[in-house]
Design a protein around this ligand. Structure first.
Ligand SMILES: *[C@@H]1O[C@H](CO)[C@@H](O)[C@H](O)[C@H]1NC(C)=O
Ligand SMILES: *[C@@H]1O[C@H](CO)[C@@H](O)[C@H](O)[C@H]1NC(C)=O
Length: 463
């Protein structure tokens, strides 16, 4: 294709995008003053049993000084149809905020950061792990039926020009980890990244795995292959993450929230003055559930993992949700006095269709305490608890807990706005899909164009 035609296509895409975005925003503003846009990630390609673990820098995202009200995502095919988890298992997706030095191109990214560290500054959430789990947004298989809206008068503040270092721009990075389990010999095993099913004995960088490492992310990195039934043939297909962001322009009536992510595998221990070593929050992210003794009935087979953690800066809890994998049966965060700060329970699907896939966690219950009714004090010791069924062995499971915390509201703001809640997340996403089809098409065209131009530059936006 000639350059002229490409730029024409690009202009058309942008025009469509602008037109549709204006339409959608107008419609939204009428309803509640919240803007909304739907974006598509670059395309990733999967065949039966294969894994994609992609890192996309500089993804589409609303710009400016704004307050994020909601972030939803799902995997769709090229026609825009939602893809069920039993075909493409969405292991996780995370969205990271970062500052990139102006005028610097991020070259091909290959797992380890292929650029000067000072060119990219990850803007971590408020804590508390020392490494990893620094995302602003992220979920897994439960994405479609987990509420993520930030209630009024709160918002996740981004794009404040006062905070962005001189010479840098704020951008966003998407990591998507998806496993194609069509025709898999052992579907659950593939989703739990069991190393033998992937025939993997070394990690992504060729380093041998510990002999006792039986499953988890080190065995299902990008382009690994899970075992598929003999003779099973199915088409390779192109997929996208489609994500919907809702936001408001920032103003002084919005109360900023801090994002905390706790991990039940955190090795932190409260230390006395003499043992400084244990003050780090080394979050392992994954753990293993051993199968219970076979002479116990499966009814009594539960695994409870707890960790005690210290909350750096307290405030009002305005949202809470846990993240668990298949086998998970609930998770809770408790205060120092034993009160329940939030309890989050998985919903398992019962059918075939996307959003209701039998055997998968398709949603997590959330907590929206009335502002001011659930408080955490600074330095308070919290207990995080994650329960799994141990009727069988599970590898690579997770026990995370996300909370949003805000400074207490001033008395006058309690009477304005704080009761104006958004509708609960059930099916309305599908309505947006129709309304914003124009955006989707425009962005698909844009993404296709970008991908092509990136390839031509020798740049691949993949790990
Ligand atoms: C598994 O990996 C080994 C070593 O990398 C290789 O020799 C063997 O053929 C693989 N087996 C299968 C079934 O792919
Ligand atoms: C987890 O299991 C323990 C029993 O081991 C129970 O007391 C607790 O209520 C459970 N928590 C959740 C959140 O399900």
């Amino acid at each position: 294709m000639s350059d002229g035609r490409q730029s024409w296509l690009l202009s058309l895409a942008i025009l469509l995008l602008v037109l549709s975005a204006q339409n959608s925003q107008a419609r939204l503003t009428e309803e509640n003053g919240v803007k909304s846009a739907i974006f598509l990630s670059p395309k990733f390609v999967l065949k039966p049993g294969s894994v994609a673990n992609k890192f996309y820098f500089d993804i589409g995202f609303p710009r400016g000084h704004i307050g994020i009200k909601n972030f939803n995502a799902e995997v769709v095919d090229e026609a825009g149809n939602p893809v069920p988890l039993h075909e493409t298992y969405l292991h996780h997706w995370v969205v990271l905020r970062y500052y990139q030095r102006e005028g610097v191109e991020i070259p091909k990214y290959n797992g380890d950061l292929g650029f000067h560290q000072s060119d990219v500054i990850i803007v971590r959430n408020s804590g508390i792990c020392n490494h990893g789990l620094s995302q602003y947004f992220g979920l897994g298989s439960e994405t479609r039926r987990t509420a993520t809206y930030v209630p009024d008068p709160y918002g996740i503040e981004i794009g404040d020009p006062k905070e962005i270092p001189a010479g840098y721009e704020e951008k966003w990075l998407l990591n998507v980890h998806a496993i194609d389990t069509r025709g898999a010999e052992d579907r659950l095993g593939c989703t739990e990244c069991k190393c033998d099913l992937y025939n993997v004995t070394v990690d992504e960088y060729g380093r041998p795995l510990r002999p006792d490492y039986k499953g988890g992310l080190y065995c299902c990195y990008d382009e690994t292959q899970c075992r598929v039934r003999k003779g099973f043939i199915s088409a390779t297909r192109s997929l996208y993450m489609r994500y919907t962001v809702k936001w408001v322009d920032w103003d002084s009536s919005i109360v900023p929230v801090r994002i905390y992510i706790f991990d039940v595998t955190d090795t932190w221990k409260r230390s006395d003055e003499t043992t400084k070593l244990s003050t780090r929050h080394d979050c392992q992210v994954e753990y293993v559930i051993e199968s219970c003794n076979s002479d116990v009935t499966s009814d009594g087979c539960f695994d409870t993992k707890r960790v005690s953690l210290s909350m750096p800066t307290g405030g009002d809890v305005i949202y809470g949700v846990a993240h668990q994998h298949t086998g998970g049966i609930g998770s809770a965060l408790y205060g120092e006095d034993g009160r329940v700060i939030c309890s989050s329970i998985p919903t398992y699907g019962e059918g075939e269709e996307a959003g209701n896939e039998a055997g998968y966690i398709v949603g997590m219950s959330t907590c929206y305490p009335r502002p001011g009714s659930v408080k955490i004090s600074s330095g308070e010791t919290l207990i995080l608890e994650s329960n799994y069924s141990s009727a069988r062995r599970h590898t690579g499971v997770m026990g995370l807990f996300y909370i949003l915390v805000a400074e207490p509201l001033k008395p006058d703001s309690l009477f304005h706005g704080s009761v104006k809640m958004h509708e609960k997340l059930t099916a309305p996403q599908f309505v947006w899909v129709e309304v914003l089809l124009g955006v989707t098409i425009a962005i698909a065209a844009l993404a296709a164009y970008r991908q092509r131009s990136q390839r031509e530059d020798g740049y691949q936006s993949v790990v």
